[in-house]
Design a protein around this ligand. Structure first.
Ligand code: NI
Length: 200
């Protein structure tokens, strides 16, 4: 079995979290490949890093990149993955995290960061936000807050030109969705403020 097949098999077995399932890894992988082609980056590195960047999530959500690195290291050793590229994969995984404010140094790490953030916005990002909120027992109001605190900021953190372009489209769609959501909530939520419309 080649390295890619092995990584896919292990990732699909380990990634059982609602928002960080194997489909997340596959989407991040295909966006990464697309960006790597545009940027002339190393495709093996981004592919391996994308498949493995969240394998530790189900084991330890808070420190998942550390767990992912542990698993990735042993998988990189077990397979025929090119020796000289292994450290670059680990670096990408270490630097991918938004919440920790990590700066990506290599082009491949920048691509993984962009791809991972792109999967947190747009239609898929909206779906994942509500999945995460349900999983953590958050009510609708709190889920909406997450858009302002994080998701609407991601567009401005893109590293690559292609990433920026995709992020802009996805950002627009989120704004449209939020507007519609707010208007429907306004219609059904009794207004208490003096300025809002009253239905009573
Ligand atoms: Ni991820």
């Amino acid at each position: 079995m080649g390295w890619q097949e092995t990584f896919e098999k292990i990732a699909s077995e380990l990634m059982k979290n609602p928002t960080h399932d194997f489909e997340h890894a596959k989407r991040v992988c295909s966006i990464s490949i697309r960006l790597a082609r545009e940027e002339h980056a190393d495709e093996d590195v981004v592919k391996a890093a994308a498949l493995l960047h969240d394998v530790g999530y189900s084991i330890d959500e808070k420190e998942h990149e550390g767990k992912s690195i542990e698993v990735a290291k042993s998988l990189l050793e077990m397979t025929d993955f090119p020796e000289e590229k292994k450290e670059k994969v680990i670096e990408c995984i270490r630097e991918h995290r938004f919440t920790k404010g990590e700066k990506a140094r290599s082009l491949e790490a920048k691509i993984l960061q962009d791809a991972d953030r792109l999967d947190a916005i747009g239609a898929v990002g909206i779906a994942r936000c509500f999945l995460w909120s349900g999983e953590h027992r958050k009510v609708l109001k709190e889920a909406i807050k997450h858009f302002n605190e994080k998701l609407l900021k991601l567009k401005d953190t893109m590293n690559t030109k292609g990433g920026r372009k995709m992020a802009e489209e996805r950002h627009e769609f989120m704004l449209e969705f939020l507007e519609k959501l707010e208007s429907e909530r306004d219609e059904t939520t009794p207004q208490t403020s003096a300025t809002g419309p009253s239905y009573r």
